[in-house]
Design a protein around this ligand. Structure first.
Ligand SMILES: [Zn+2]
Ligand SMILES: [Zn+2]
Ligand SMILES: [Zn+2]
Ligand SMILES: [Zn+2]
Length: 208
């Protein structure tokens, strides 16, 4: 009687383990296909600078390593949820609470001024034909450009400031590496397009 009870428990444990294992394998296959999942809501809940993808692998390390991140479809279709992250270089900087997409607006620009948080849809025209960008500042050995739609890039000096998203990034996601930290965020930059992303870094918060 006791023996059969233990054998039932063992079988149940094994099937739960197998189920969990196959879920992780599925998740890893999705990440290999589309890139790892990022989510600033989730990162904000963890009191550590170390971040993991739901597939279980460590991502977004604040060192020289690259993380391949996927596109957040909900942000692309329904808009980003921006929150004011700070002020610098005459600009207000916002960060998407979901995907980490930054946005730069001049202080003097009235639209969104005085707003701590707002939802903004992607400007599909810029995405298709390119962003008409202007120089914001020079930092971290690169030039920061921003379009009037708020989209920014950190690139080497550009002759042509009509900045486009390369097909590689659209198809494969962004390959991002840590650049710097400010205002509770760690900033990362895509090596192929210069797109930056800001992710909640609790270590940054503790250092201040
Ligand atoms: Zn992953
Ligand atoms: Zn977003
Ligand atoms: Zn634009
Ligand atoms: Zn990219």
């Amino acid at each position: 009687m006791l023996l059969s009870f233990f054998s039932i428990m063992t079988v149940r444990r094994q099937s739960a383990w197998a189920k969990n294992n196959s879920r992780v394998i599925c998740r890893r296959m999705l990440c290999v296909a589309f890139g790892h999942e990022v989510n600033n809501f989730r990162f904000g809940l963890v009191n550590s600078p170390d971040k993991n993808c739901p597939c279980g692998l460590p991502i977004l390390r604040e060192d020289d390593s690259h993380t391949r991140i996927g596109h957040v479809v909900s942000c692309f279709l329904f808009g980003h949820h921006y929150r004011l992250a700070g002020r610098r270089d005459g600009y207000r900087e916002y960060v998407c609470e979901r995907c980490g997409h930054p946005l730069l607006f001049l202080h003097t620009r009235s639209e969104y001024s005085g707003q701590e948080a707002f939802r903004k849809k992607v400007r599909y025209r810029c995405n298709l034909f390119g962003h008409r960008a202007h120089e914001v500042t020079r930092r971290d050995g690169l030039v920061e450009y921003a379009c009037h739609c708020g989209h920014s890039f950190l690139r080497p000096p550009q002759r042509n400031t009509l900045l486009k998203h390369p097909l590689l990034c659209l198809a494969a996601g962004h390959f991002i590496k840590y650049v710097t930290s400010r205002n509770h965020y760690a900033e990362f930059r895509c090596r192929n397009c210069g797109h930056t992303f800001c992710f909640v870094s609790n270590e940054t918060g503790r250092r201040e």
